[in-house]
Design a binder for this molecule. Sequence first.
Ligand code: 5GP
Ligand code: MG
Ligand code: MG
Length: 210
Amino acid sequence: YPLNYFNLPLHYRNDLKSVLIPYGVVQDRIEALARRIFDDLHIGMPEQLICMCVLKGGYRFFSDLILKIQKDNRLRSDRSLPMSLEFIRTRSYVNDQSSDRLEIIGLSDLKTLKDKNLLIVEDIIDRGVTMATLKKEFEKFEPKTIRVASLITKRRKDKICVFKPDYCGFEIPDHFIVGYALDYNEYFRDLEHICILKESGITKYKVLLS
Ligand code: 5GP
Ligand code: MG
Ligand code: MG
């Protein structure tokens, strides 16, 4: 979508090429995903679904997804899905390139996941390395089930992706995107819509690697 259709913050307006997924579309799609997760993962009380937010990029998706499942919980009289919320942080990207060093922060703080149903909530899967690695780490805790919800997956030009999520909001072409908590060197998380960066924006916020 052209930029002039949207209210965009002044501080980013000149750094963006286009809006790829408007916030409202994201919300509609998450509503549908929440419904599917609710129907698939309905489990008898008091067994809980552990929802694992992968910070920082996943926090908006996580928050909206949980809210929509909670709404289903309020409105349905035949079933409900009890949840507990956990948080973990990963970091691999520098500039717009994923690196091979994946940091996982907070694993040791996790309460036991043994025999629990786990839903990992991630922002985006590109090469799939992050999620494949993370899932392996969680498997060591021996949960009963692990499912992965990713708001976005990329159709990479080189077609190399090693992970397919159980739930995916949007499949997008091979662009580097920002907004809705997705960052470029910690910028652009404070942008509502999911946008494509302009070359000048990429240059402006580039971090020089030593
Ligand atoms: P992967 O290991 O699948 O190559 O990379 C996954 C992680 O890299 C995501 O969790 C996300 O943090 C980051 N990432 C991948 N593609 C993009 C993108 O287009 N935009 C942003 N902001 N982050 C991305
Ligand atoms: Mg992520
Ligand atoms: Mg990032």
